[in-house]
Design a protein around this ligand. Sequence first.
Ligand code: TRP
Length: 334
Amino acid sequence: MDNVKKTVFSGVQPTGRITLGNYLGAIRNWSPLQDEYNCLYCVVDLHSLTVTQIPAELRKNTLDLVALYIACGINPDKSALFIQSHVHEHAELCWILDTIAYIGELNRMTQFKDKSRKHADNINMGLMNYPVLMASDILLYQTDLVPIGKDQTQHLELARDLAGRFNARYSPTFVVPEGLTFKAGGSIKSLQDPTAKMSKSDPNENAVITLFDDNDAIRRKFRRAVTDCGSEVRFGEDKAAISNLLTIYSLCSGESVADAEKRFDGVGYGVFKDSVADAVISVIEPIQQQQKRLSADKSYLEGVLKQGAEQAERIARKTLDKVYRKVGLVGRIR
Ligand code: TRP
């Protein structure tokens, strides 16, 4: 990898189905970064184990997500595309960072509190440790920039704190990373409740568009989407549901929200919703076709993953060796 360029790292969990929100808010913004930066894009399978998984499904979702990354424009010849568990340094650095992370600060994390509420029967140590593993992902690669959704800013803040704490206690070791957030895409809301984020764990499937939905399902979900009082297609605080649909339309069609308001002036909600569905389908359908093609080509995916893990490991190994030395572990003679 090029030493002059800055490093970008990001990841998505192979849990459930990737939503339109994940795509517009995260993955879609990754491919344009590949020329300017050294990019590492990771499928964070170890994170997924913090909630109960069906092993065969986790394995399938992981490979589907790898294929989806490529279908979304991640070029394995430009970026390191890999699976987190293939590079064992992630788990090892996590242990070291655990020794400088405070229980108090992890206990205060919003996502930990939310997930503890949702999975009250399985509040495991991994769930609490989730942000430290995420910090390890980022810090292992001396990452400068982390593209993330708004809901991850607290976790990034922890990664910055841990990097600073380690650097202060031992000596400068880690780059302190910055977040890279993307405007509108980061805040796609549920189609059934425009005050809530569109989330893949939403039990109401009408609330969520996933990148694996077929065209009929997409049309049906938009038809069933909740709307606001009145009948005007207008962006505004009093129009949370329509504003969300306008945002989706604008991001998928490339037309500005203001132009879309003009286009749909006076047409009513029904026609508008069908147009939103069409715009979304025009984005998702080609990705799905490409994803399916890639998923069927196992040997290609294996080659990509082998190369990605090797590239990632080289960098990770260097950082971890440094960390082990600094904390006083005796290096192994080989
Ligand atoms: N926690 C992130 C999410 O749910 C996923 C993630 C794990 C991540 N490790 C990361 C994102 C490192 C960016 C960088 O969205």
